[in-house]
Design a protein around this ligand. Structure first.
Ligand SMILES: Cc1cc2nc3c(=O)[nH]c(=O)nc-3n(C[C@H](O)[C@H](O)[C@H](O)COP(=O)(O)OP(=O)(O)OC[C@H]3O[C@@H](n4cnc5c(N)ncnc54)[C@H](O)[C@@H]3O)c2cc1C
Length: 535
């Protein structure tokens, strides 16, 4: 975290003001508004508050915090990065029951952090941001939710990269007469006991769901389009003794975190620079498959034809065994269509089912929030990203002043904790706010050349990565083949590059009437742009 002074200059009142123009509605103004209350939103609020920014509000469309860990409640849902690493650096949790904690524990951890940090009063649940529009006249974001209108000097979108379920466009899906739900919206009111169930997909969620339900359902069809590389999950119970040590000596847990972190960073070399090194994890995955699947025909169906790492490497000890249970069947090739009562595979065979579980992932490159954020000329983020997502340091965009996208383009990982990336971005937001106050800046807007230079660097570095060269089609690549999802290096490089806000990459506008670095200026007239682009 940055150690810049925490003293803040006086801020304008945060009280609701009746300036919306609409009769009977008041617009509530805040210094910073954060969209979302997952790791990103919660982490942002904590960092800003700890550094003296008290006028922060979080808008959350749901009725609880947790984001990913509130929504993904499917059976057997767990993280796939060890919990000592997949948690806030400032709040280790000695109570994790397993090395890879189950969903409910992560959700409770986030709830606990919110309570310990007294964040609940800042959160407005049931406030889905339906529009955020930059108002250049007064240098603020006007934000609309069904439950009220807001404005903010700074908007941080912690909407989550994996928070918009992707429902596949399969012919006949809307005609299906049974029950259908997405893995991220598990229908707990629906009893699967004894049913014929189809799970569509064999990605990260599916390989947890299949062993989670195989013993409950009557029959399970698992539809696989492309097999995944799966390595053993080195998961174990954390003993009471170990928990006691963690409670007494938090440094021990931090040391474990450091080991987990460092060992994962080694993988970045293989994924991004030396794909030849991937033969070692590939050997481990092949051995795992051979050990767990004796039938050569089934093994062949489960063996990927692309290089390991091209798609997310999955961890599981119980997926292959679940597939070999007498009531389970693997159907390769995927789904061609759905009828009123069943699923038709690509060979034309229809299998009747009662329930379809769509384990089909998330809209990553076309997140709905992008269609809701507009700049003054009416252009939305989605329109800006029509030709592919781009953002400076994965976080800021030209044309979108005082706007930060957490988990933005090229911040995804194949080997470590997203929370680490989020904390890096949060630090950048914080340092920007400290700069704004120190320099009396009303708006910072990243320069287009900074965005273009950063994007060119990303694409150049990713060109030789396994994600681009490994011979698979994945959600890391957009429709034009650009990799706009993954970070092409070590995570500590990302941390270093976002450690300090770099004003030289930005155009700054001084606060009206306030003598700042660029002198007292009329509103929006004091445009200062200086220095070379920092990359
Ligand atoms: C099943 C699953 C397992 C995962 N496991 C791992 C793992 O092991 N390790 C790892 O590093 N990553 C994992 N991830 C990725 C995970 O999403 C991130 O690690 C992290 O939780 C993202 O946090 P976030 O706050 O950015 O987003 P989220 O947790 O998705 O939170 C976003 C929040 O924004 C809210 N929101 C969205 N749009 C709006 C709107 N318009 N208005 C108001 N609120 C809105 C949502 O309701 C949500 O609460 C996993 C993801 C999934 C889906």
């Amino acid at each position: 975290m940055t150690t810049t002074s925490t003293e803040q200059p006086p801020r304008p009142s945060a009280a609701p003001t009746d300036d919306s123009g609409a009769p009977g509605t008041a617009t509530e103004h805040h210094r910073v508004i954060v969209i979302g209350t997952g790791f990103g939103g919660i982490g942002t609020a904590i960092a800003l508050r700890r550094h003296g920014f008290s006028d922060v509000v979080l808008l959350e469309k749901a009725d609880d915090v947790g984001g990913t860990w509130r929504d993904n409640t499917y059976p057997n849902c767990q993280c796939d990065v060890p919990s000592n690493l997949y948690s806030f650096s400032h709040t280790p949790n000695p109570e994790w029951s397993r090395t890879f904690a189950p969903q409910g524990e992560i959700q409770n951890y986030l709830r606990g952090v919110v309570d310990a940090e007294k964040l609940r009063p800042l959160i407005r649940f049931g406030h889905e941001v339906t529009e955020a529009r930059w108002n250049a006249d007064v240098s603020r974001w006007d934000i609309t939710t069904p439950a009220g209108r807001f404005s903010a000097e700074v908007l941080v979108s912690a909407h989550g990269g994996l928070s918009a379920p992707a429902v596949p466009d399969i012919e006949g899906l809307d005609q299906f007469e049974g029950t259908v739900f997405h893995s991220a919206n598990w229908n707990h009111d629906h009893d699967l006991a004894g049913e014929r169930v189809a799970v569509i997909g064999t990605g990260a969620s599916a390989i947890q769901i299949v062993p989670g339900i195989v013993d409950t359902v009557g029959h399970l069809d698992v539809y696989q389009r492309t097999p995944a590389w799966i390595v053993p999950r080195l998961d174990r119970e954390v003993s009471e003794r170990q928990k006691t040590w963690y409670r007494r000596l938090p440094t021990l847990q931090l040391a474990n975190r450091a080991v987990q972190y460092a060992s994962r960073e080694l993988m970045a070399i293989a994924l991004t620079r030396r794909p030849a090194l991937l033969r070692f994890p590939e050997r481990a995955a092949r051995d795992h498959l051979e050990r767990q699947v004796p039938d050569p025909a089934l093994r062949a169906e489960l063996t990927p034809t692309y290089q390991i790492g091209c798609k997310r490497i999955l961890l599981s000890n119980d997926f292959y065994p679940a597939l070999q249970k007498p009531n389970a069947e693997l159907i390769t090739g995927g789904v061609s269509r759905i009828t009123a009562t069943g699923v038709v595979d690509t060979h034309g065979t229809e299998r009747p089912v009662d329930t379809i579980v769509l384990a089909t992932g998330f809209n990553v490159t076309q997140h709905p929030i992008a269609g809701k954020v507009f700049v003054a000329d009416g252009v939305s983020l989605a329109e800006r990203w029509n030709n592919g997502m781009r953002a400076y340091l994965g976080t800021t965009l030209d044309g979108f002043p005082n706007f930060f996208a957490l988990m933005g383009p090229n911040t995804g990982l194949g080997h470590s904790s997203i929370v680490y990336m989020l904390e890096s971005q949060i630090n950048y937001v914080l340092d920007c706010l400290l700069h704004m106050d120190a320099e009396r800046i009303a708006t910072y807007e990243v320069r287009p050349d900074a965005v273009a230079t950063f994007d060119a660097e990303m694409q150049k570095r990713l060109a030789s990565s396994v994600w681009n060269q490994g011979g698979c089609a994945s959600w890391y690549l957009d429709s034009t083949g650009r990799n706009t999802v993954m970070w092409p290096g070590f995570t500590f490089e990302f941390r270093r590059r976002l450690k300090h806000f770099d004003p030289s990459a930005y155009t700054a506008v001084s606060r009206p009437g306030v003598p700042g670095r660029f002198g007292p200026e009329a509103p929006n007239a004091a445009v200062a742009s200086a220095g070379a682009v920092a990359t």
